[in-house]
Design a protein around this ligand. Structure first.
Ligand code: TXA
Ligand code: MG
Length: 317
């Protein structure tokens, strides 16, 4: 049954079609990375600016090397430490990867996703697939198959791999410059990357302004991952007004409409996007988000809280 679904999905990719697929972070919108027309459909359906490059998903390091013009030693180290997993590595783009994948640029972002269904799909298809988050550009990323179906209906075939276990997007790390740079915070922290590489890692944390110069990572726009209802962070219960819905860290105060999240960073991350959607659907005037802690019990959890803060900043931007 499941093998059949994978085969049907792989067939769709071979025909130049689009497939929603699960990863451990969020659901991706897959297309044949070597087929420029198929990739163009991804930009069109998402309404994504053509200069915002896509991540190429591969099954293993060997496939990653084939997508890169140069596969640096640091890529090998990061892949060994974190793949399959939530880290995306930016390297020089091989000629075989169409320019449209990279938003016209000379680099390409690559990752091996940590989800058996994603890996089975790539293996069955037999080549790399692009996979932006399967939301319309600027909206909240989907973390269930249902979220993807709700967005695209019959336009996109969706593989159902359950709810995503990590819940927010991969860390994007750029190996093409003099210094290693994190372009997007994610589930793997800059400190963890620095530790395994044995070098300093810069974090490009600024949100690009709309009229600013070239973006290091064009996905880093101020308003992104955003629900339709206006959202803002609060520090105190006294800020909760009439007609608001609250994303509480652990307890929703009596008489307040809200959703209880978690004090545990991985659990908070796992639930965040579904909670934003749920809050959005409650028809409130405003979504209030209780400011989460900035430090966790371990360096890994601190990194996840930082990634959560990054996404909340964009959701409220
Ligand atoms: O967890 C994830 O990364 C998910 C799952 C589906 O794998 N994918 C995802 O893709 O979040 P997307 O397209 O929503 O975000 C990709 C991010 C964007 O910020 C984009 O600008 C950046 O990666 N990016 C892609 N290619 C790049 C490149 N060549 N250089 C710099 N940044 C790049
Ligand atoms: Mg996205």
């Amino acid at each position: 049954m499941m093998a059949d679904q994978i085969e049907i999905a792989a067939g769709r990719l071979r025909e130049g079609g689009l497939v929603g697929f699960p990863t451990e972070t969020v659901y991706g919108l897959g297309a044949d990375a070597l087929n420029a027309d198929a990739v163009a459909k991804v930009y069109a359906i998402k309404d994504r600016p053509s200069n915002n490059p896509l991540i190429v998903h591969v099954a293993d390091v060997e496939m990653a090397r084939a997508c890169a013009s140069v596969w640096p030693p640091a890529g090998e180290v990061l892949a060994g430490a974190f793949w399959p997993g939530p880290i995306t590595i930016v390297v020089g783009r091989a000629e075989s990867i169409p320019a449209v994948v990279a938003g016209g640029g000379a680099t390409v972002a690559i990752r091996v996703p940590g989800h058996p269904m994603a890996l089975a799909l790539i293996e069955r298809f037999g080549g790399p697939i692009v996979g932006p988050s399967a939301n319309r550009s600027g909206m909240v990323s989907p973390t269930t198959a249902e979220h993807v179906r709700a967005q695209w209906g019959d336009e996109v075939l969706v593989l159902d791999g359950g709810a995503c276990q990590r819940g927010i997007e991969s860390t994007v790390v750029d190996l093409t410059g003099d210094r290693v740079r994190v372009l997007r915070r994610g589930m793997v922290g800059a400190e963890q990357i620095a530790r395994v590489l044995g070098c300093e890692v810069e974090v490009v944390d600024g949100i690009a302004d709309a009229d600013g110069g070239a973006l290091a990572s064009p996905g880093l726009m101020a308003r992104h991952y955003a629900p339709g209802t206006p959202a803002r962070l609060i520090d105190d219960e006294s800020e909760i007004g009439e007609g608001a819905v609250l994303l509480a860290i652990s307890r929703v105060p009596e008489g307040v409409r809200g959703i209880a999240m978690s004090q545990d960073a991985p659990e908070y991350a796992r639930r965040l996007y579904a909670a934003l959607r749920e809050a959005d659907a409650m028809g409130a005037k405003e979504i209030l988000i209780e400011r989460p802690p900035s430090e966790g019990s371990t360096p890994e959890n601190t990194a996840i809280w930082r990634a959560i803060h990054d996404r909340l900043r964009r959701a409220t931007g």
